[in-house]
Design a protein around this ligand. Structure first.
Ligand SMILES: *Cc1c(COP(=O)(O)O)cnc(C)c1O
Length: 396
């Protein structure tokens, strides 16, 4: 069975959007192909699949029908030729970095990053003699600050936007043009916006990575990652790193992400609407000193966000006038919000970046990335907005 029409509008494609069904039954939802290997009809067929002359599956670390459906759907939503589903967001990012950069090369990156990405770039890459040139988010929307860092050994420009955890918004089109002018590759971590709210490839990014653990899965029940790019780039990643290091996504996890994705548009609309309400309430609260949410007109990058995002997503950060001590009280007093890292789930999650997700940063590095010691990050869930607000109110 194959479904040939996936709709012309985004919301419809999010529900449909897979052409290859790989099932002989009449299932509405394709089955999960939980198999490590695949049968060949005969030796010639096996040889043909291995050489690529014949279509087919050979081994689940390399390809699997359920994982393939997810890859096809993400490529459709991101507007790229191809995509690779990986075991985690970190393995997606590691696969990109380790494929593109060789000893002696360098990477130029904005340093407002997911803590794990920062640790990978800051600590791990040095042992391969790959140098990462970091630029602060405050300097990242001015070509005059970025261009001098790029040279003929720069293999990758890398940003996250909105950035973790300060919600800085980086101009994707600006970085894309710098990458194109310098003949290098530009990757964007699109986790905070999701494939529905932001389309980095349409703005010139060569590679889009995701932690599918977050909004794409959307239900807090899996770990997964995505790399969306041209077939030329995904082929390089598959052949040089992915197939050999083996960070494949489980077919079961791919199936859960496919299931989660069907509600991506309605979830992101709701997350964004509720986050806007909570951010406005926080901004008017006498105990709050600063709110970071790209949807607020007070946000320094609000205009860039409005230009490149469909809506502003569900992550808010804020600081309390009482600093770290007041922050601790809130974290320990919330009753509805859950004290946990991660984001993009149905449940509202609250956490403290300096001691949790960004504990890989030194005090000085936190300062450079603009992460205040008392900053609190909120991943606004799908609960009623008034319940989230009442909970924060009683905790403050
Ligand atoms: C969570 C996260 C990652 C890492 O993804 P995992 O699935 O946890 O490995 C990378 N980037 C961003 C922006 C994230 O939020």
């Amino acid at each position: 069975m194959s479904q040939t029409y996936t709709g012309s509008r985004e919301e419809t494609r999010i529900v449909h959007g897979i052409k290859s069904c790989h099932t002989t039954s009449m299932d509405l939802v394709p089955p999960i192909h939980m198999t490590s290997t695949f049968k060949f009809r005969d030796q010639a067929h096996g040889a043909g699949v291995f050489s690529g002359a014949e279509d087919g599956f050979l081994y689940t670390r390399i390809s699997n029908p359920t994982v393939g459906q997810l890859q096809e759907k993400i490529a459709l939503l991101e507007g790229t030729e191809d995509a690779i589903a990986t075991s985690s967001g970190m393995s997606a990012i590691a696969s990109v970095v380790m494929t593109l950069a060789r000893p002696g090369d360098n990477i130029v990156a904005c340093n407002a990053l997911y803590g794990g990405t920062f640790a990978l770039m800051h600590e791990h890459l040095a042992q391969f003699d790959i140098n990462v040139r970091f630029i602060s988010p405050a300097d990242s929307n001015d070509a005059g600050n970025i261009v001098p860092l790029v040279d003929n050994k720069t293999r990758l420009l890398y940003i996250e936007t909105p950035a973790n955890p300060t919600l800085d918004v980086i101009d994707i089109g600006l970085w894309a043009s710098i990458a194109a002018n310098n003949n290098t590759i530009f990757a964007v971590d699109n986790t905070f916006a999701s494939s529905y709210l932001q389309k980095p490839a349409a703005l010139g990014a060569d590679i889009v990575v995701h932690s599918a653990t977050k909004y794409l899965g959307g239900h807090g029940d899996i770990i997964g990652g995505i790399i969306a790019a041209s077939s030329e780039i995904t082929t390089r990643i598959r052949e040089s790193y992915f197939n050999h290091f083996g960070p494949a996504m489980s077919p079961f996890n791919a199936w859960l992400v496919l299931r989660g994705l069907k509600t991506l548009a309605i979830r992101m609309n709701r997350h964004s609407d509720t986050a806007m309400k909570v951010a406005m309430w926080l901004e008017n609260h006498p105990k709050v000193s600063r709110v970071y949410y790209p949807g607020l007109v007070s946000h320094p990058n609000h205009l860039i966000a409005a230009k490149q995002m469909k809506d502003f997503s569900g992550i808010i950060a804020f600081e309390l006038k009482g600093g770290m001590a007041a922050g601790k009280t809130v974290l320990d007093s919330v009753k509805l919000s859950t004290l946990a890292v991660s984001l993009g789930d149905c449940e509202t999650l609250i956490q403290h970046p300096a001691s949790m997700t960004h504990s890989t940063y030194s005090a000085e590095e936190l300062k450079k990335a603009g992460i205040a010691e008392g900053l609190i990050r909120l991943s606004v869930g799908l609960e009623h907005p008034d319940d989230i607000i009442e909970d924060l109110d009683q905790a403050m």
